[in-house]
Write a protein that binds this ligand. Structure first.
Ligand SMILES: *Cc1c(COP(=O)(O)O)cnc(C)c1O
Length: 224
């Protein structure tokens, strides 16, 4: 099956209609993405700033682009004009830079706070304590060009479903805590969790956004 058929299958059979599917197109060439676009799907995700900026330039402008990977502060400017949602905001410093770039582009940039829920040390993310501390600070109140829409997390890469499930539960707990304490607005509503290997568990646990690459596009080949 091709990418378009895979996406159709996912939308009709795998994912409830209230869960958003990000088709993760990282490492995949323009023509493959364009085919999926032409079959009607317009929501794609990338994990590298440069690749995202290049693909934005080369593809139709009504694509909804999601930045799902780690973002370095000095690179925010390349995606600030068009990015639909930045999933991996993992520091106060980054949030401030995003706000500044939002200001320059005269827009509010949608962000998710990334939390460290996995056992692996390599995965990025805030702790609940760090987020709480920042969200009550004066610094935060002055950020008018960002819109924090929810949380994002990545579970440990493991075959153990119980581990994955408990990590997703932790992210949902964090989401609920933050919502109660800091966000009375309805914009704070997204829980981005679940990839090809663990999206089913993520949906069972309450994901509102899943980020799926290899099950739609096939395995990635990093050797060019
Ligand atoms: C690559 C990536 C995905 C998609 O991974 P698959 O296992 O191919 O579905 C999801 N989220 C992030 C942050 C990624 O980097």
């Amino acid at each position: 099956m091709g990418v378009s058929e895979n996406i159709k299958h996912f939308l009709s059979k795998e994912i409830p209609s209230n869960v958003k599917l990000i088709a993760v197109s990282k490492t995949k060439p323009i023509d493959v993405i364009l085919k999926a676009y032409q079959s009607g799907y317009k929501i794609f995700g990338e994990n590298k700033v440069q690749e995202l900026a290049d693909k934005y330039n080369d593809l139709p402008k009504d694509i909804e682009w999601h930045m799902i990977g780690h973002v370095q502060s000095n690179k925010v400017k390349y995606i600030a004009p068009f990015v639909s949602l930045i999933h991996g905001v993992d520091s106060v410093k980054l949030l401030k830079v995003i706000n500044k770039e939002g200001e320059k582009n005269n827009r509010k940039i949608n962000c998710l706070l990334q939390f460290h829920i996995a056992k692996e040390e390599t995965k990025f993310g805030l702790s609940l304590e760090e987020a709480n501390e920042f969200l009550i600070s004066e610094d935060f109140k002055n950020l008018n060009n960002i819109n924090i829409c929810g949380v994002m997390g990545m579970a440990t890469y493991t075959e153990n479903d119980d581990t994955i499930r408990s990590e997703f539960k932790e992210l949902v707990y964090i989401f609920n805590e933050l919502k109660i304490v800091h966000f009375s607005n309805n914009d704070f509503k997204e829980i981005s969790m679940g990839m090809s290997g663990d999206y089913k568990i993520a949906i069972e646990e309450g994901a509102t956004i899943v980020r799926i690459g290899s099950l739609l596009f096939g395995a990635r080949n990093y050797i060019k």
